[in-house]
Design a binder for this molecule. Structure first.
Ligand SMILES: [Fe+2]
Ligand SMILES: [Fe+2]
Length: 472
C-alpha cells in the first residue's frame, strides 16, 4: 500500500488532462501547443500504467480520486484540479476508466469531447458517450457519479445519518414510554422524526442502511422500530414510491409493534418458550397496536394505513399467521413490506439471547429461500435486489486474499453480487486503517475478468472486527 499511495498522490496525469483540454479550447488540433499537451497526457498516462496497470479517476463530492486514492491538493494545483472536476461534472461524468494501450486517437477524441461545452437540452453523459462511441474509443470509459460512493467518502452524510438515527430512537422512545403511562403521543414530533428518515434515505440510502449495524442502544424494541422504518422506506424508495407515500410507510413501520408496550416486559424478554397464556398475550400485539394508533391525538385523522399495517404485519401473505382471519382478504402492501423488512432485521440482530444473529448475506439468503407463503414474492425479489446478495456491512473474503467490508451495493442493478467493498486487510493479512474502496464490477482489461470477486462471507467476530466502524 505505502509505495502506491505516494506514487498515486502525484496528480501529474490530472494536470496533463486539464492542460490538454484547455489547449484544445483555445487552438485547433494541429496547433503545436495542443500536440505537446496531448503528448504529455500520453506520457504521464504511460507512467501510471507502468506503475499501476490502469487509470481510474473518480469525482466524489469535492474530491478527486486517482486509482482509489484521494488526490492531495496543493494550493498551486487547487484551481486547476477544481476546474477539471467542474468540466467533468458539466458532462455528467463521475468516473473515468482508462486501459493501457489506449491510442493517441482515443485520447484526442476524449479530450476534444471534454473541451467542448455540453449541448444544452441533452443528457450530458449520454451525449458524451455517443461521441466517444462514434470516434471508436474503446479503451476509455466514462460513468456517472455514484451517490453511493460519495456517501461513504462523505463524512458529513454519515454524520447526518447518525444524527437522524439517534433522533428517531429518541422520539420513538418518548412515544412508547408516553403510551405506557397513558399519555398521548406527540404526533408532530413523530412526524418530524419520520420525515428526517425519509429525507436521509432519499439523500443517501447507503449511509442510512449502514446505521443498521449500530448497536449503540440497548433497547431492542427501539432499534427494531427504527431499523424497520429505515429498511421499509429504503424499499419503498427502491420501488419508486412518492415522498408522501414513503412518509406514511416510514410512520407505519416505526409503530408497527407499538402494541407491544401493553405486554409486560417479563413476557417479551422471556428466555425459552412462552406458555400458552403468554403466547396469547404476545399474539395480540397487532390488535393492541391498531387500537392504540386509532387513539393517537394530534393527527387530523387517524393514521389508517399505519393502523392497518400494525394489524396485518404478522398475517403472512397466505394468511397463515395471526390474527387469524375469517374471511379471505389480501394482506396490505405496507404490512407485506414490513413483514419482510422486520424479518431481515430480526435475523441480523441479537434481539434474543437464544438466537445468534446471522450475517447480512445469510439473512438475505434465508429470505430468498423461504418457500412458504410468508412473504410476498415480488417484494422479496425487490428487497434482495436493493440490498444486494451481500448487503452493506457484510464482511467478505475476496479471491485476492484481501478482507473487506461491503459499504454499498453495486451502482449497477444487474451486479447484485458485486458490491462496493472497503478493503480492511491486504492479502498478507495486514490491517489497513484507511483502506481503499473497490468496485467489484471492475474488470481487468488484460484478462477481461473481474479484478476481484467475493470468495465467501465470514463472521466478523472471528476476526474481532466491528463492521459498523468501517461502514458508518
Ligand atoms: Fe416487529
Ligand atoms: Fe410484530
Amino acid at each position: 500500500m505505502s509505495e502506491r499511495s505516494t506514487a498515486t498522490n502525484s496528480p501529474e496525469i490530472l494536470l496533463a488532462l486539464y492542460n490538454a483540454t484547455r489547449a484544445l479550447r483555445l487552438y485547433p488540433l494541429e496547433n503545436e501547443a495542443v500536440r505537446r499537451a496531448i503528448g504529455e497526457v500520453e506520457e504521464s498516462a504511460a507512467r501510471v500504467f507502468d506503475r499501476e496497470g490502469g487509470i481510474s479517476i473518480w469525482v466524489a463530492g469535492n474530491y478527486l480520486f486517482l486509482n482509489d486514492l484521494q488526490v492531495k491538493l496543493d494550493l498551486s494545483d487547487y484551481a486547476v484540479l477544481s476546474a477539471l472536476r467542474e468540466s467533468l461534472r458539466a458532462h455528467g461524468i463521475g468516473r473515468i476508466d482508462v486501459q493501457p494501450r489506449i491510442t493517441s486517437d482515443e485520447w484526442v477524441a476524449f479530450l476534444s469531447a471534454l473541451s467542448a461545452d455540453p449541448v444544452p437540452g441533452q443528457p450530458p453523459l449520454e451525449a458524451f458517450r455517443s461521441k466517444l462511441e462514434q470516434a471508436g474509443v474503446r479503451r476509455l470509459q466514462v460513468g456517472p457519479p455514484s451517490p453511493l460512493f460519495e456517501g461513504h467518502e462523505n463524512a458529513e452524510a454519515v454524520e447526518a445519518a447518525r444524527r437522524t438515527y439517534a433522533y428517531s430512537v429518541k422520539v420513538a422512545k418518548e412515544m412508547m414510554s408516553g403510551l405506557v403511562l397513558g399519555r398521548a403521543i406527540g404526533a408532530r414530533r413523530a412526524e418530524r422524526a419520520v420525515l428526517r428518515v425519509v429525507d436521509q434515505v432519499l439523500q443517501d440510502r447507503a449511509s442510512m442502511l449502514g446505521m443498521l449495524t449500530l448497536r449503540d442502544y440497548d433497547d431492542h424494541s427501539l432499534i427494531h422500530a427504527v431499523n424497520v422504518s429505515i429498511l421499509s422506506v429504503a424499499l419503498g424508495d427502491h420501488l419508486g414510491f412518492s415522498k408522501g407515500y414513503l412518509f406514511e410507510l416510514g410512520f407505519a413501520a416505526l409503530f408497527h409493534d407499538i402494541g407491544k408496550v401493553l405486554i409486560p416486559t417479563s413476557v417479551l424478554n422471556k428466555e425459552g418458550w412462552l406458555n400458552e397464556e403468554e403466547w396469547r398475550l404476545v399474539s395480540q400485539h397487532p390488535d393492541f397496536g391498531l387500537l392504540m394508533l386509532f387513539n393517537v391525538e394530534g393527527f387530523e385523522e387517524p393514521p389508517y394505513r399505519a393502523m392497518l399495517a400494525a394489524y396485518e404485519h404478522h398475517m403472512k401473505t397466505d394468511l397463515s399467521g395471526y390474527p387469524r382471519v375469517i374471511r379471505r382478504r389480501r394482506q396490505g402492501l405496507f404490512a407485506r413490506i414490513i413483514a419482510l423488512t422486520e424479518a431481515y432485521d430480526a435475523a441480523i440482530s441479537r434481539y434474543s439471547r437464544q438466537f445468534l444473529p446471522c450475517s447480512p448475506d445469510e439473512a438475505i439468503r434465508q429470505l430468498r429461500e423461504t418457500e412458504s407463503g410468508a412473504y410476498d414474492r415480488v417484494l422479496t425479489r425487490a428487497f434482495v435486489n436493493m440490498m444486494g446478495i451481500y448487503p452493506v456491512a457484510t464482511l467478505v473474503i475476496l479471491d485476492t486474499g484481501e478482507l473487506g467490508v461491503v459499504v454499498a451495493p453495486s451502482p449497477n442493478p444487474r451486479a447484485i453480487h458485486r458490491p462496493m467493498v472497503r478493503i480492511i486487510a491486504d492479502a498478507e493479512g495486514q490491517r489497513l486503517s484507511e483502506g481503499p474502496i473497490r468496485d467489484l464490477t471492475e474488470v481487468d482489461p488484460d484478462t477481461g475478468r473481474p479484478r476481484r470477486s467475493i470468495a465467501r462471507s465470514t463472521d466478523p467476530e472471528r476476526y474481532g472486527i466491528n463492521v459498523s466502524e468501517y461502514v458508518a
